[in-house]
Design a protein around this ligand. Structure first.
Ligand SMILES: Cc1ncc(COP(=O)(O)O)c(C=O)c1O
Length: 495
């Protein structure tokens, strides 16, 4: 031991690291600046596949050479969501501020689970800003989490614990001796059912209520179900409202859901993964006003605020209910009067995780650099772009709008009156794949009223009007090419 040099991960020469680090910064700035010139997406070439199947590295290699592999073999083959013509699923672009903040947070590397330190204070500050953004009570609690799936789970755990007087924590789900039920529309994101399954309530606990022709929950049917479940000896505990459904961007009638939940003494949770942030857009302020009264809200920063993945948030109106769901005081987390641990496991008392990264910094830096007005203006711009896209689609003889555009989501398809619905489905599937593979644009898909639809979800601060025109031009052109083929040839493409 005495004669051996002591080991460290620090480099022997910091100047080499500095040089490579500066190169990384330069390259990433160039990448963001020039992203429009790149294809939206590229498949990983066959001859690169081995890069993803290497054996565990035993020996060191230089940071510079590892970075070169990243730049040549990893960087070009991402999801493509940095690009101005990426409108698949609900993915934000990211930004230079968020990128730098990730580096700074990582260098500092604090554990936000530990009390008396700046990262905890910055997270608290960000949570306070979230409450201000949504006009939610100052006394509410909250937590930054990886995304809306986790935020929804956190909120539903609190709902369940609170609505059962805390007995679930001690005795588990059997404590009630009754099937607990939560209500949401058939258009609700799958993470709500997953949460119910993970919570041990089972998928049977999720009562999916049909929607109207604008894809909003039918509140008359909701009330009827609650009454009949109570009469049948079940235990309704929560209503989940959608502030922007994932399929079509529909906003459930928040006022009515709030009123129903109050009438029956149920928890009212809002899944506002992307749509909650539209509350700051004047046209939507009224429709989303009832969020202020919700018992809990889940939303994301990595979608419509373009913070780098991952960044989601849950807010809980009743901070005590939140704490009582998760609080523990094990011996190794004792609090002290002074030092680093006066409030040692504060965030652990509000969620599942104990050790947590400094997600708050990228949100804090982005909000300080851009200001909330910039985000509201961009959200408004995306909604206007969705309206423009929908108008273009409705006026085009070869295109069909599949649902009323909601917020920033437009569902549509290529049509050719000569082709039966089954063939249209194949044609549209093929259009989607070709647009992606040619790097022209990325849209995703969904099923609307039983029909396959192309789906553009516009969470993009880089998109311009011309990008949407290009999408439609290539959709129609590709659709015409495919539709000119005999059905047999067409099927050969898609199998
Ligand atoms: C309405 C809605 N809820 C929940 C989620 C899940 O969010 P995340 O992927 O951040 O977990 C999404 C994702 O698109 C969504 O659109």
């Amino acid at each position: 031991m005495a004669n051996r040099p002591e080991l460290t991960l620090d480099p022997p020469n910091w100047d080499d690291v500095r040089k490579t680090g500066h190169q990384m910064v330069d390259d990433m700035i160039d990448l963001m600046r020039d992203i429009r010139q790149q294809p939206v997406w590229k498949p990983i070439p066959e001859d690169q596949q081995h890069r993803f199947d290497e054996l565990l590295p035993h020996r060191p290699q230089s940071l510079e050479s590892v970075y070169r592999i990243f730049k040549d073999n990893i960087l070009p083959y991402g999801t493509g969501n940095m690009h101005p013509r990426f409108w698949g699923w609900v993915l934000g672009n990211g930004s230079h501020v968020s990128m730098f903040a990730e580096m700074l947070a990582s260098a500092m590397n604090p554990n936000v689970g530990l009390g008396n330190q700046s990262s905890v204070r910055i997270e608290k500050q960000v949570l306070d800003w979230c409450k201000q953004m949504l006009n939610y009570p100052k006394t509410a609690s909250g937590l930054l989490v990886s995304g809306a799936s986790m935020a929804n789970l956190n909120a539903l755990l609190v709902a369940r614990n609170h609505q059962t007087g805390g007995s679930v924590r001690r005795f588990g789900t059997l404590a009630q001796g009754k099937q607990m039920v939560l209500y949401c529309s058939t258009e609700t994101h799958a993470c709500i059912q997953k949460a119910a399954e993970v919570m041990g309530l089972g998928a049977a606990a999720v009562c999916k209520i049909p929607v109207d022709r604008n894809f909003r929950i039918r509140t008359d049917l909701l009330e009827k179900s609650i009454r009949s479940d109570i009469a049948g000896g079940l235990l309704p505990f929560c209503i989940v409202g959608n502030a922007g459904t994932v399929n079509t961007g529909a906003i459930d009638p928040m006022d009515e859901l709030l009123a129903i939940s109050r009438r029956f003494g149920l928890w009212f949770h809002v899944d506002g993964a992307f749509g909650a942030l539209a509350k700051n857009v004047p046209e939507y302020a009224h429709e989303l006003k009832a969020l202020e009264e919700a018992d809990s809200i889940a939303f994301d920063f990595h979608k419509w605020m373009h913070i780098s993945y991952e960044a989601g948030c849950v807010l809980i109106r009743n901070a005590d209910a939140h704490r009582l769901t998760f609080e523990q005081s094990p011996n190794y987390l004792l609090q002290h009067e002074r030092g680093i641990s006066p409030d040692i496991h504060s965030s652990g008392n509000y969620g599942i995780e104990l050790s947590r990264g400094f997600k708050a910094l990228k949100i804090w830096m982005s909000l300080k650099t851009h200001g909330i007005f910039a985000y509201s203006a961009l959200i408004r711009q995306n909604i206007a772009q969705a309206t423009h896209l929908a108008e273009q689609i409705s006026q085009h003889p070869s295109l069909e709008l599949m649902a009323p555009p909601g917020l920033n989501i437009v569902c549509f398809r290529y049509i050719d009156k000569k082709r039966p619905p089954s063939e249209l489905q194949y044609i549209n599937r093929e259009i989607l794949m070709r647009l992606q593979e040619k790097g022209i644009a990325v849209v995703s898909s969904t099923i609307v009223n039983g029909c396959y639809a192309l789906r553009a979800s516009i969470c993009n601060h880089r998109s311009k009007k011309e990008d949407f025109d290009l999408l439609l031009e290539h959709t129609v052109q590709t659709g015409d090419e495919l539709s000119a083929l005999e059905p047999v040839k067409m099927f050969a493409f898609t199998r």
